[in-house]
Design a protein around this ligand. Structure first.
Ligand SMILES: *[C@@H]1O[C@H](CO)[C@@H](O)[C@H](O)[C@H]1NC(C)=O
Ligand SMILES: *[C@@H]1O[C@H](CO)[C@@H](O)[C@H](O)[C@H]1NC(C)=O
Length: 457
């Protein structure tokens, strides 16, 4: 079987390699170009579709990866068909499938449409297609199977027991959350001996070399518990993951470090967080997510502040607040003390989602946009902002010189200053009216400001 697959994929690769000079389109043959007829024809099959726009840069970057996905799915004999659709040409179909940005990757299975939100790499996309197209709940009939799954997946959920209302809920939750994680079911005798169950049926999550049992009274709704528990306790956090963590409502404690910096201070903070995550798991795992983040760019945008790294920051993903220590964390006990103080309210929170913070966010985003335009293309920046500002200045000059009652302007100036803050900010907010750069919709995922706002949607 294996050799057949390899031989077939080798043949296909060779086919591509030989024709690549003649016609690149042949390799794209593994991805079907979809049109109106797709709506009628798709029902009997499972489809993995890239909805793209011809002008979108992220779509162009995805295209070669998508062709590889098509090729590999064909080679491994996957029942999932791979296609792409120009969502601008067939916009009514695209909007029926709920396409709002480009590119949007969806797996369509009967009446269900699953969005892919992970990193756009071949392996991740293929793994997603396998997971979502396969059985919702995968049975684990033997101990060997269980061990195999334990080796393969860092986090997975298992239902143990027979038919029950809990199983119904488990199936419901799985049909929604299969996009993120794996769901299994097993008879009691299959689970490892170290698992102690007080009652049956039960839903368990296996992760971090241990397991946690769902408790309906303490953990609330099963879906939201699964959503909170689908991450490992300690993670390498990036902007994308932070956005995902917004769903959990947990506090996220991260060491912000420079991975390339070899000074002990950086590794020390990382190991302190790791130690707390591991040794205080039972204490904090319900409320906290731990990890480290490489570099402070992302976190600076999020906090609208310049953090000196290395440092430790705790983010409240439900209300956009954050907590900082005014000194360096000394050791694990010190970190635990910090966390305890946050929980009992003795550390003052910063940030938040008040009107003032939102205003600050708007100004901050405007400033970063302008800075980035000037950095990438100073001429363009001068043109975009210089021209309208010039026009505005001339107009103001005109109004000012035409206005005989200078006191009016004086008064107005004073009101806005005390209301909003400083004159500088007012100027920035005028500049903010300018068009934003870049070619069209970028996935919200990459916008740091959405990370902590997601809960509010
Ligand atoms: C490494 O981090 C330390 C602070 O712990 C800092 O003083 C030093 O300049 C950094 N080195 C480099 C190469 O960035
Ligand atoms: C985090 O935010 C939520 C929602 O506002 C709030 O209820 C909770 O108390 C906050 N947690 C901490 C530790 O401040």
């Amino acid at each position: 079987m294996v050799s057949v697959v390899t031989r077939r994929s080798l043949a296909a690769l060779r086919l591509c390699a030989t024709v690549i000079l003649l016609d690149v389109a042949v390799c794209q043959g593994f991805v079907e170009d979809l049109d109106e007829s797709f709506k009628e024809n798709r029902k009997d099959d499972i489809w993995l579709v890239d909805f793209y726009a011809p002008w979108c840069g992220h779509c162009k970057k995805l295209e070669p990866i998508w062709n590889e996905v098509g090729l590999e799915m064909k080679n491994i004999g996957s029942p999932v068909k791979v296609g792409k659709m120009d969502a601008t040409s067939y916009s009514s179909i695209a909007s029926e499938f709920g396409v709002r940005g480009y590119p949007t990757i969806k797996l369509l299975k009967g009446d269900l449409a699953y969005n892919y939100r992970g990193p756009r790499t071949k392996d991740d996309i293929i793994e997603f297609a396998h997971r979502v197209s396969g059985a919702l709940i995968r049975p684990l009939p033997s101990q060997q199977m269980f061990e195999h799954v334990q080796k393969r997946h860092r986090v997975f959920f298992v239902y143990i027991g027979g038919e029950s209302p809990l199983k119904e809920k488990y199936i419901d939750a799985a049909s929604e959350l299969i996009v993120y994680t794996y769901f299994f079911s097993a008879p009691e005798e299959v689970v490892p001996e170290y698992v102690k169950l007080k009652e049956m049926p039960a839903v368990l999550v296996f992760k971090d070399e241990t397991y946690f049992v769902y408790d309906e009274y303490e953990d609330g709704d099963l879906s939201s518990w699964i959503n909170r528990e689908r991450f490992q306790n300690y993670l390498t956090v990036d902007g994308f993951l932070l956005y995902e963590l917004g769903d959990t409502g947990k506090l996220v404690a991260i060491a912000v470090i420079d991975e390339k910096n070899t000074s002990v201070e950086h590794t020390r903070l990382k190991s302190i967080i790791q130690e707390v995550a591991r040794d205080y798991r039972d204490h904090f795992h319900r409320d906290f997510q731990f990890g480290h983040m490489d570099g402070n760019d992302y976190i600076n945008t999020l906090l609208m502040d310049e953090l000196t790294i290395p440092t430790v920051v705790v983010l409240n993903t439900s209300n956009q607040q954050y907590f900082l220590l005014d000194r360096q964390v000394k050791n694990a006990e010190d970190m635990v003390q910090f966390i305890t103080n946050i929980l009992d309210g003795t550390v003052e929170a910063q940030g938040g989602d008040s009107i003032l913070q939102r205003l600050k966010r708007i100004l901050f985003d405007a400033k970063s946009t302008i800075v980035s335009i000037f950095k990438s293309s100073p001429l363009m920046g001068c043109f975009l902002f210089g021209l309208p500002l010039g026009v505005i200045s001339i107009m103001c000059y005109g109004i000012y010189t035409a206005d005989t009652d200078g006191g009016y302007i004086e008064e107005r100036y004073e009101v806005s200053q005390s209301d909003i803050g400083s004159q500088e900010q007012i100027e920035e907010s005028t500049e903010q009216q300018e068009p934003s750069p870049g070619g069209g919709p970028v996935p919200a995922v990459q916008e740091p400001k959405d990370v902590l706002e997601k809960k509010k949607d």
